[in-house]
Design a protein around this ligand. Structure first.
Ligand code: TYD
Ligand code: MG
Length: 452
């Protein structure tokens, strides 16, 4: 084996050092110096006999490139497919991050067990027996899934070359270790080197690689930020407050939108796809309670009916409290000011608490009108009709502003059996003969007149 040359670079300013030191002399930053390989032996880690020579790329005219040639691999998991933008792109690197115990290993093992392709699940964290026990709970019949417990990348590549899998899953990137770097597994330079080797493998063989990544205390993926730049897709697996649902989000996606959301429920036999979350997010109650309103929101392309709850009560202390869960607190203050100014509500001496049920945070501005309606309802202590829902943004002058794709929201509300939906008068709606009544309003006063 030829000699491997490594050197130390400052991650901040790029200065080079012969050995490690705590502070960079040039930029004076602490803990930014990491080891990097600058020269590797000729016969490299990943070398497939057929691929390298053939795949040397030549420039192509952009209109000569055939993008349709790359069919996506179906993962047989509707939620996962949608978050990825329609399946796995061959040769892509997907990083899945999330808190310990949230179900990252379960999700990827479940996907590998449901795939009809040859999959290799490499685990550096659990033994083959442990994985088998978990697999038995999920789907005991699959002969295409291979389990390897190994942490050294060179050995993993050796097995990959022998097995030639269609998909490789690594659990987790922080446990991998490459011979070319001396530092221990999980260090910045190890993670970077192992990822580079995996990217090279994925791109040369068009085999997708799914990586599991640990996260740090503050919720970022452990390791260098550069890891997120290197991979094609970064997914985050998170739980809601009650830990009933698991939410899969794309933070970065080179092959699709990042607005999509996948919802799962953790059960005794693995993760169940929740394909109609609206039904779960709206609590079914018989009594009429004040302060509840339903918003017709959109997450990505999927309509989502969300319940908003408000509690308005007289402030006990001098300064009234305003608190919002799942909703921007500044935006709540703004909506309260609009209500005060435009609708004459004396909310100045009231505590206002707002909660989006289901533990979901939505950015969709169309939730505004439901927030206003729930505050009005709680303030007056009058329950709104249970089959009303709302989809509009509220402007500073109290105008009800149109929202995007309103027809899709109306159809979803109709499907779920709502009798009326409040939308802005300025939305262009060409729907005819809907069973749901579309109430067009233009200012906040109209809403007050309708509800109170
Ligand atoms: P795990 O997938 O190991 O999480 P991670 O890899 O993100 O650390 O664990 C998920 C949790 O889910 C674990 O506490 C046990 C639980 N679980 C179930 O409830 N049902 C199941 O079928 C499985 C396999 C796990
Ligand atoms: Mg795990």
């Amino acid at each position: 084996m030829a000699k491997i040359k490594t050197t130390f670079f400052c991650q901040n300013c790029g200065s080079q050092y012969a050995k490690w030191q705590g502070q960079c002399n040039a930029c004076k930053e602490w803990n930014t110096i990491v080891e990097e390989v600058i020269q590797k032996p000729e016969k490299s880690d990943w070398k497939s006999p057929t691929s390298t020579a053939k795949k040397a790329s030549i420039p192509l005219r952009i209109n000569e490139i055939d993008a349709s040639k790359e069919p996506r691999l179906n993962t047989f998991d509707g939620e996962f497919n949608r978050v990825l933008g329609g399946g796995i792109v061959p040769g892509s690197l997907i990083l899945l991050g999330g808190e310990p115990g949230i179900g990252k290993s379960t999700l990827l093992l479940q996907i590998s067990l449901n795939l009809p392709y040859k999959t290799l699940y490499v685990s550096g964290e659990e033994s083959q027996k442990q994985i088998k026990m978990r697999a038995e709970r999920i789907n005991p019949e699959n002969s295409n899934c291979y389990i390897l417990t190994e942490t050294k990348t060179q050995n993993i590549f050796k097995q990959i070359e022998a097995l030639e899998p269609d998909i490789v899953i690594i659990d987790s990137i922080q446990t991998l270790h490459s011979d070319y770097i001396e530092s221990s597994s999980g260090s910045i330079s190890q993670i970077k080197e192992c990822t580079t080797e995996l990217i090279k493998f994925a791109k040369e063989t068009a085999t997708p690689v799914l990586l599991i990544g640990h996260i740090t205390k503050d919720g970022n993926i452990a390791g260098p930020k550069i890891l997120e730049h290197m991979v094609d897709t970064v997914l985050q697996f998170e739980g809601d407050r009650n830990h009933v649902f698991r939410i899969l989000r794309a933070h970065k996606n080179r092959f699709g939108s990042t607005n999509e959301l996948g919802i799962y429920e953790m059960q005794g036999s693995g993760l169940r796809e929740v394909s109609n979350p609206s039904e779960l997010l709206i609590s079914k109650k018989d009594e009429d309670l004040s302060g509840n309103a339903i918003a017709a929101t959109l997450e990505g392309v999927r309509p989502l009916m969300i319940e908003v709850q408000a509690l308005v009560s007289t402030a006990v202390y001098g300064t009234p409290q305003r608190s919002a869960t799942g909703f921007n607190a500044k935006r709540l203050n703004m909506l309260l000011a609009v209500l005060e100014k435009r609708a004459g509500f004396r909310l100045g001496a009231k505590d206002v608490f707002l909660n989006i049920t289901g533990g979901i945070t939505v950015d969709d501005p169309a939730i505004d009108l439901a927030v206003v309606a729930s505050i009005l309802s709680s303030n007056e202590d009058v329950a709104l009709q249970k089959d009303f829902c709302f989809a509009a943004e509220v402007g500073l002058s109290g105008e009800i502003r149109p929202v995007q794709r309103v027809e899709q929201r109306i159809l979803e509300a109709e499907k779920l059996g709502f009798s009326s939906i409040f939308v802005s008068k300025y939305n262009k709606i060409s729907l005819k003969n809907t069973a749901i009544q579309i109430k067009l309003i233009s200012k906040i006063e109209d809403l007050v007149a309708e509800l109170v």
